[in-house]
Design a protein. Sequence first.
Lengths: 479, 172
Amino acid sequence: MLAAASITREVGWAIVIVLGLIWIGLGILWGRKAKNSEGFMLAGRNVGLSLGSATAMATWVTSNTMMVAPLLALKMGIWGMLAYASASFGLMLFAPLAARIKSVMPDGFTSGDFFRQRYGAAGWSMFMVITLLYSITWLVTMAIAGGKLLEELGEIPYLQGMSLILVVCVLYTLFGGLYAVIGTDFIQSLIILLGVVAIGVMVLFHLDHGATYEYVETNQPALLDVLMPVALLAFFNNMLFGFGEVFHNNVWWSRAFAMRKGVAPKAFFLSGILWFPIPIAAGFIALAAGPLGINVTDPSKVGPAVANHVLGEYGMGMTGGILILVVLFCSIASSIDSLLAATSDLLVKDVYCGLFKRKLTDDTFRRVAAVAILLVAGIAWLVALPGHNLDTVLFSAGGLVASLIWPIIAGLFWKRCNRALVLIGIIAGVITGYICWFAVQTYVAALAGGAVSMLFTVLSRFIAPSPFPERTSASPNVE
Amino acid sequence: MWFGFPSARRTPQIGTASRTIRLHYLIPLIAVVAMSMCGEVVGADEIDFSNREALAESPSDDGTITLAWDKADESVVVVVEQDTSSEFESPLLRYEGPDSATVLSGFRDGAYYFRIRESGSDDWSEPLRIRVEYIGRSRLFFLLATGGLVVLATAGAIVGGYLHTREKEGES
């Protein structure tokens, strides 16, 4: 056990249910704005700068930010925090990509549309397998984090906590679509920012910095090494992981499509800047675990455990536990809902309409979207059952997402390339990523996968290139 | 010294090695669920590291070591010490309490010895030798150079592409 639970099981259940009811209520309220499929999927393509920045930031503040960033700090020290924070560059670099996306596909719906148009059926199939596999992986990490969080703070059994959080997020995503997701993201981002700052400041003032340095120097000397090998690898790996994730995933493309003209680049750049300090603040508290005498038995839980301990020292007891649970629940919910919505869009638009050639009216759209959301959540629930280590699960997907970085760049900015070579590069990148993750190091999959895919994509520009096909209608089967 | 050894392969984990966990994730979802149901072997009366074999065989490649032990009774308090020699001439107390595991991080390259006993007892377990072997220096620098190159090239391609296309769109 890391620390004594600061809230009772009943309080834990009550908080999640009350917050869930609030989100569901808001989902129903905002969901009324969705008059058609475009409203449900893309919030009427009318999202402004403040909502746009908030939703991008809140979505990127996942349970991984709050729980894996401290884990990396525990294992790698300051470099670990910076490694996680480097994922903000993915959001910042998506700003120019979003401008281009809006220009190339003003009527686009999903990132799958783009891949189908640029790389044909083979490229689209490959993309769908990769993005669905990754989206499920990401969803699984958040479900695991939710379960472990409730287990840590309220002694709610892992299975119950994980299921509860997933059910609540599914419900309000079902009701409101992207309107509900973006609206709740705005509120959740404010709670996350205020909560992280408050907890971070309390830990900062609670620590004896001299004693902390002495403890780390004696017990964790490698954390003070400027050239800690695994930390340096994690820095580049995590940055490329962030690039790959943001550049390809429909979570971000749907937001780009949903924002008003000219808003997306500013919103993504701003959200990257706002997001950068969050993993540093969240990670910093993990360094306090040893000096505060907290025994870490599960590194995934070190963040909430230290925060819980410090707030307890401040005499906040149950109030502190509630604060941590609310902040982390918001961070989990803000990402699970986005992923559910974006992944179901892909299943509906690209698989149901695209692959199976089924026509959807606005009346039937919601029913199919609901089935897709339930399907994705069900798969995630099944895979999350064992409760694996968060970083092991998360970084396994590094090669998958990093292999898509350069094909996306080429598709957006280049006029021609050898498309077969690009697709071979994606396969080679994925395989290399998995081999390196398994045989070399956990923190090299994205780096290796991205490098191999980049090499093939650059070569595709010079070896028998041909022009990309002309763009066609982005949403042929949604009326 | 943080360099000079061949690259390491995996990080020891509680009960199961990380390679096993990775394999779980590479095979179909059903297998993941099935594998998770495999239980750990419960230890005997004496307190010892339950993952001794895995830790002794597999060096840590990230400077993190997870020690786990089995206890007959949850209330039993254990003491874990660390040293750089098997003689434990200047031991460092790493854990004292009722938990069944501890995660220790921030180790540099080298060999470390651990032992465990029940609080109040004089019977220490056999020393457990664990190696920490970070990735080899040449491979590390190659990967870092590759990472730096990919990051710079990616940023350059995006910014360059954006400026170029914006110029073209402005002209048209």
